[in-house]
Ligand binder design. Structure first.
Ligand code: ASP
Length: 336
């Protein structure tokens, strides 16, 4: 089982000044190694992560809001077939796409989320509308799609999201799942960890602090490959996949959703800082250890209101990047 091997813990921490802006992004964690990725594919990821960072930086550097910056970065990744969010998302057991996303404002703890949407081109924009234009926090399925349409968001045919490599992947996953079912029984079949057959989680996320010290976080995903239709992961769940609080941090997670929900992963990091004053890197590591202890793996990005940040994971790699006041994007995917 792959998780047994996932002992690498990588952390990068940076110190910053009060006025610093900072954007940190991820495109999923997993068995992301040089050996498993062609140089061409590496370049594609580097270019796309850089583009996402620059989209957010363009907003932050002009004094814009962290909420707009995280959305801008996530939209670039949702539109890219490289990630498991928006176009190119992983497929359900019945060959469909069901997308989840959430966003949170660190100023007032307002949050918005959509779950199980199949027609909204950019689910993160729908999550933002739920937060700003409805009295709710989360909307799902057809109701969320109708709401997004009424809000004037782009609605697409569900086939827009489906790319050939995901169709092939689903076929392979079904074969492997079938074998696992036969060899190990029902428990293994229920344990739908994408690392068993996909080698990576491809959820995307962004966290940012703007020049006023306001924090925001956003996460978007297609969930796990071969998931049962109707399955909802951690990404749209405030406190599991996403959290933002101006007094502590903004955080976005990626990994085995069921475990991140059960460990309330995002808020687990926040709570350690809020109630125990534990340093960010240590808090994130504690939470990843909890996740691991519960049979999961994945990664965390987080930033505080001074621009200190972490990009931490207990898998072999994580697509990630950051940009600060000096405007120099830094991207990476492998463990150092
Ligand atoms: N956390 C996501 C989910 O379980 C998967 C991922 O991070 O890629 O839906």
């Amino acid at each position: 089982m792959k998780i047994g091997l996932c002992v690498v813990l990588f952390s990068s921490v940076a110190q910053a000044n009060q006025s610093d802006i900072r954007l940190v992004i991820h495109g999923g964690a997993g068995d992301i190694t040089e050996k498993l990725m062609s140089p061409e594919r590496q370049k594609e990821h580097e270019a796309k992560l850089t583009e996402a960072l620059q989209a957010g930086y363009n907003i932050l550097s002009k004094g814009g809001d962290s909420l707009d910056a995280v959305q801008a970065a996530v939209i670039i990744m949702e539109d890219s077939p490289l990630y498991n969010a928006g176009k190119g998302a992983s497929l359900t057991v019945d060959n469909k796409v069901e997308l989840d996303a959430s966003i949170m404002d660190g100023r007032d703890h307002k949050a918005g989320a959509v779950a199980g949407v199949s027609k909204v081109k950019n689910p993160i924009m729908a999550a933002y509308r739920v937060m700003t234009k409805s009295p709710y926090v989360m909307m799902g399925g057809v109701g969320a799609e109708q709401f997004a349409q009424a809000e004037g968001l782009d609605i697409v045919d569900p086939s827009y999201f489906i790319i050939e490599s995901r169709v092939e992947q689903l076929k392979k996953v079904k074969e492997i799942s079938h074998k696992i079912d036969q060899e190990k029984g029902l428990d293994a079949a229920l344990y739908q960890d994408p690392l068993l057959y996909d080698f990576k989680y491809g959820t995307v996320g962004a966290v940012a602090v703007d020049s006023r010290g306001n924090l925001a976080a956003a996460t978007s995903t297609g969930g796990s490959t071969n998931k049962h239709y109707g399955r909802i992961g951690d990404s749209p769940i405030v406190g599991a996949g996403t959290y933002a609080d101006n007094n502590t941090i903004a955080i976005s997670t990626t990994g085995l959703g069921e475990v991140f929900i059960r460990s309330v992963a995002a808020y687990d990091v926040v709570a350690q800082i809020k109630y125990r004053d534990i340093p960010l890197a240590e808090a994130a590591m504690n939470t990843l250890n909890t996740v691991k202890g519960m049979g999961g793996s994945g990664g965390i990005i987080a930033v505080d209101n001074k621009g200190n940040f972490v990009m931490q994971f207990n898998t072999k790699g994580m697509f990630r990047g950051t940009i600060g006041s000096d405007g120099t994007p830094q991207v990476a995917m492998f463990a150092p």
